[in-house]
Design a protein around this ligand. Structure first.
Ligand code: SIN
Length: 302
């Protein structure tokens, strides 16, 4: 059975990956999952200097989902390269750092550093974090700003460049098209939806940053629709994200045309979800005599 999929020049062992921010830098996850057997690990969004993130509370459960307001807490690129990457590489993981600089220059610098680092499979540029005052979603909602950033990051990125899109736009296909035009090799769709919670004891916003990002099964049908629409309109590999908890969810995204998928919120509930889904995907293929995963990808469009 062939489970490998291709994104630009990058071949993944299989389409099951873990989403940025839900598995840190792989170490904790490795206690539950053979991270070397997954398609890839997308790291927590990295900045040049370590970031402390937002003051708490940072998470709230919602019906069929959760809100987060982490604020891109991360160890910074230097610590990542010195102390986190070696473990990932020893574990044979396919490593895709997510970069989340607060300015164009910071993103360019991060992409440059990673382009000169051995063992990096690709870079995922985060233009969609809703929880920070500078950068993040501000790069992902204005098409001119978005294109300019991408062109600059593309110019210094040697390998595969993936752009993580924001769903908080009127027409996501326009951003996927602009990503392709600027030279991105793939898009990840989608990051979290802007949401909010009010603390009824104080009558004030629950999160210090007021708004937060909604993820989990609640967003799955909307994320799936966006993936389908991008695949229909733009010829670029799409990595599907949004409330994938079961193999049926994964199959829906693949059939909608996602080349690979990222497991996010589900990992926070059951850390072994990615491994379970990989096993269940193989079982599904066996049962249905599917020898090549690529025969499933995009069948909803045929
Ligand atoms: C966060 O760190 O606030 C979440 C990251 C993201 O939404 O990209």
């Amino acid at each position: 059975m062939n489970l490998s999929v291709t994104i630009g020049t990058l071949q993944l062992k299989n389409p099951i990956t873990v989403a940025s921010g839900t598995a840190g830098y792989g170490e904790e996850l490795s206690k539950f999952v053979d991270i070397g057997a997954l398609g890839a690990i997308f790291t927590k969004g990295l900045s040049l200097k370590p970031r402390a993130g937002n003051p708490g509370p940072r998470i709230a459960e919602t019906p069929s989902g959760m809100l987060n307001s982490i604020g891109l807490e991360n160890v910074g690129i230097e610590t990542f390269l010195l102390h986190k990457l070696p473990f990932l590489l020893q574990s044979q993981a396919t490593v895709i750092p997510n970069i989340a600089g607060h300015s164009v220059e910071e993103n360019v610098e991060l992409a440059k550093i990673l382009s000169h680092t051995d063992g990096i499979a690709a870079v995922e540029l985060n233009v969609s974090c809703p929880n920070v005052k500078e950068g993040g979603i501000a790069f992902g909602q204005d098409i001119t700003v978005f294109s300019k950033l991408l062109e600059k990051v593309r110019a210094v990125t040697r390998g595969v460049l993936i752009v993580k899109l924001s769903p908080n736009v009127t027409d996501i296909t326009q951003f996927a098209k602009a990503a392709k035009e600027a030279g991105a090799n793939a898009v990840s769709a989608v990051n979290t939806f802007l949401g909010m919670k009010i603390d009824i004891k104080t009558g004030k916003p629950y999160f210090a940053n007021k708004v937060a990002g909604l993820s989990g099964p609640a967003i799955k049908p909307i994320a799936l629709r966006m993936v389908y629409q991008i695949v229909e309109k733009v010829d670029i590999p799409v990595i599907g994200i949004g409330g994938i908890f079961t193999v049926d969810d994964a199959l829906e995204f693949l059939m909608a045309g996602a080349t690979a998928i990222q497991i996010g919120t589900a990992t926070l509930i059951n850390p072994d979800t990615s491994a379970v889904l990989l096993g269940n995907l193989q079982d599904y293929m066996k049962k249905n005599s599917i020898n090549d995963i690529n025969d499933l990808i995009g069948i909803a469009h045929r």
